[in-house]
Every structure is written in structure tokens, then in C-alpha cells.
Design a protein around this ligand. Structure first.
Ligand code: FES
Length: 364
């Protein structure tokens, strides 16, 4: 009998089309074209199979999920079969009318991202003029409709100084939650690392500000905050452990354990057009490769945190050490940790260059 726990949530990457071009985008460097996207019926089957496999939530993401004309149909389908529905959006294509229709379709929660409270810098990072103003309007509208709202902001050297302003922004639009995220340095983030990596002094100041404000805002807003990887001493339990809680389905149907898994070169991923979600979750080689603790090398295997950290992030281990099977060198028990920190600090003292932007945009 299988001992693999059911998944908790699906991240449905409906499309890689997006009007924004953020230089730390979590989409792969090779974007899936519109012509390769799954059709509506296939996504409905994926949602059915997700619920059948035991998952409770679906996060509609992208790219920009509202670039799909069938977003209401998919939200309505997920709601009908009992999945909790979350829309992860830049807000750029989500006008008042669409938001109201999505609410009617059964949407439970909206997550709006912002790049900065300084419109000029935020719009330059997003690669879209006027983006930050639109985002404020969309966030306010979500609140007025009475839907649950989370604001997500990714921090880096060019916006860290305004973390307190971002917290005010989120309180001002009546968000229930604010995620203070950090750039993840693989894919587009790695391409732009020299321009994004914070200085240690910036990070220390941000830590101080955020801790103070978490305390002061208790009961008003929940603030989720994790120290950036390269400056941490223990690795993050990426995805809550490989193949434990979450999975992604890409726009073309490829099912992966995390958003950057396709950067791992010697791994083959199944497609939901060929196999069911439940089969891939339980039996595919990719989902089992780094599942549990048996695969772990030392020092992770005998570490008393092995079922807390789950050996960190496989994609980061690949990006920093050349192999996804190595321990994540963010951990200070791992050989190579000192060099990683040194590299981070030396990158953070470099003068920035122009961003490398993704070029594949899209509309509804
Ligand atoms: Fe792939 Fe962390 S992003 S395991």
C-alpha cells in the first residue's frame, strides 16, 4: 500500500503570456507559446483529477491567468467541484467587470503583486508604464467586492528601502495578508542577479523594519516574511518538501514539483495529456526522485532538521553547485556555504547593469 500523502494544492500555470516583464519572473527562460497551451476541457479534467487526488486548493497563475479568455469557466469549474480558488494576478488585465464576474463564478481569494511604491522604479522593474497605479485600483476593487486579498511584493536591492511604504500600501488597500518575498536566484532572477542582489546593510535594515512592523500591526494585517536565501543560515523547506504538498501544471500540461524544476537537466517530466494527475503524483520518477529523506546526502541525511528543511531547494542546489542532488549550500552545515555568502556579498557590491527582460508578452 502506498504511503505517499495526497497533494494539498495545484499551481495552475494557465499561460506564460503576461503584459509585465519582471526581471525575476519565476517562469522558465524558455516560455510556452500560446499555441501549445492546454485547452479549456483539458484544464477542467486536470481540476477534476486534482480534486480526486485529494487536493483542496487551486492557485490560478501564469504568466497572467486573466490573459486566458476562459478564466471564468475554469474558476467556476474549480468552485463547483469544491476546490478553494485563488487568483494570482498582476492586476493589469483585471478590470472591475472581470473581477465582479470572477467573484460570481466562485473565486475565493485574490493575490495582487506590486513591484514598488515608487511608481517610476516599479514600472521600470515591471517593464510596463502605469502598472503600479493599475495595481492599486485593482487591489482596492477586490476589497470593495468583499473578496479576500493578499498583496505580494518581491524585494531586491532596488526597492528594499521602501519596505515600510509597501506595508503601508497593503494596509491602505485593506489586504488581510502581505507576503514579503525575495528574489529567487534561478531562471530570470539568476540572469539579473547583479542588478537585484541586496547589500548586507540593506538587508539588516529591512529585517529591523519588518520585525518592528509585524509586531505593531498584529490584528490589522498578517505579514509573512522570510530572510533571503543567500543571507540565511538554514535553507528554506522549498515547496514544503519535494512532492509533499504542491505541484505545478505548466501551460502545455507538463506537471512539475516546483516552478523551477525544469532547470534540472537530467529529469523527465510527465504531461497531464498522457497520464492522470494522480498517477504522476504517486508514480512518476520526477516526483519520487527527491521525495522523503532516503535520497538525501550527508549532512542532510543525519541532520535532525531533515524533516523540517527537507534539504532545502533542489533548484538552488543545482544553480549554485551544479547538481540538484547536492545539499542546498544555503545551509551553514554544508561545504561551500562560505563561498556562497562571499559570492552574494561581492555581487551585491557591483554596479548594476541593464535588466534582461523576458520578451514574450500577451493580452486577453
Ligand atoms: Fe525547485 Fe526549490 S524551486 S526545489
Amino acid at each position: 500500500m502506498s504511503t505517499i500523502d495526497p497533494p494539498f494544492a495545484l499551481l495552475a500555470e494557465l499561460t506564460h503570456r503576461c503584459p509585465l516583464r519582471c526581471p525575476y519572473c519565476s517562469n522558465p527562460l524558455e516560455l510556452v507559446r500560446r499555441s501549445q497551451e492546454l485547452d479549456t476541457q483539458t484544464w477542467q479534467r486536470v481540476l477534476d483529477e486534482t480534486a480526486h487526488a485529494g487536493a483542496l486548493q487551486v492557485h490560478f497563475s501564469g504568466g497572467e491567468p486573466t490573459a486566458r479568455n476562459d478564466i471564468e469557466i475554469l474558476v467556476a469549474h474549480a468552485a463547483k467541484i469544491g476546490l478553494y480558488t485563488n487568483l494570482i494576478t498582476s492586476g493589469i488585465l483585471a478590470d472591475d467587470e472581470l473581477l465582479a464576474r470572477l467573484q460570481l463564478a466562485g473565486l475565493d481569494h485574490v493575490q495582487v503583486s506590486i513591484q514598488d511604491t515608487n511608481d517610476i522604479i516599479g514600472d521600470r522593474v515591471a517593464g510596463y508604464q502605469g502598472a503600479q497605479k493599475i495595481k492599486r485600483k485593482v487591489a482596492q476593487q477586490v476589497g470593495q467586492l468583499g473578496m479576500a486579498l493578499t498583496v505580494n511584493a518581491v524585494f531586491h536591492r532596488q526597492n528594499m528601502a521602501r519596505v515600510s511604504d509597501v506595508i503601508d500600501w497593503a494596509v491602505d488597500v485593506n489586504a488581510q495578508r502581505l507576503e514579503i518575498a525575495n528574489v529567487q536566484y534561478y531562471g530570470w532572477g539568476l540572469e539579473n542577479r547583479r542588478n537585484l542582489m541586496p547589500r548586507l546593510s540593506q538587508l539588516e535594515e529591512m529585517n529591523r523594519v519588518v520585525q518592528d512592523r509585524i509586531e505593531a500591526l498584529k490584528g490589522i494585517i498578517v505579514i509573512d516574511y522570510v530572510v533571503p536565501d543567500y543571507f540565511a543560515r538554514r535553507p528554506k523547506a522549498c515547496m514544503n518538501g519535494w512532492g509533499r504538498r504542491f505541484f505545478n501544471v505548466m501551460p502545455n500540461g507538463v506537471m512539475i514539483p516546483c516552478h523551477a524544476a525544469q532547470t534540472i537537466p537530467d529529469m523527465e517530466f510527465e504531461n497531464v495529456q498522457d497520464k492522470s494527475v494522480g498517477w504522476i503524483w504517486q508514480h512518476s520518477e520526477a516526483f519520487n526522485r527527491f521525495r522523503g529523506t532516503a535520497w538525501m546526502p550527508e549532512p542532510c541525511r543525519s541532520c535532525d532538521r531533515r524533516e523540517i528543511d527537507w534539504a532545502g531547494c533542489r533548484c538552488q542546489a543545482l544553480a549554485l553547485t551544479g547538481s540538484a542532488s547536492n545539499p542546498d549550500p544555503v545551509c551553514d552545515k554544508v561545504e561551500g556555504h562560505a563561498q556562497i555568502r562571499e559570492q552574494a556579498f561581492s555581487d551585491s557590491s557591483l554596479i548594476g547593469e541593464k535588466f534582461v527582460y523576458r520578451t514574450f508578452s500577451g493580452s486577453r
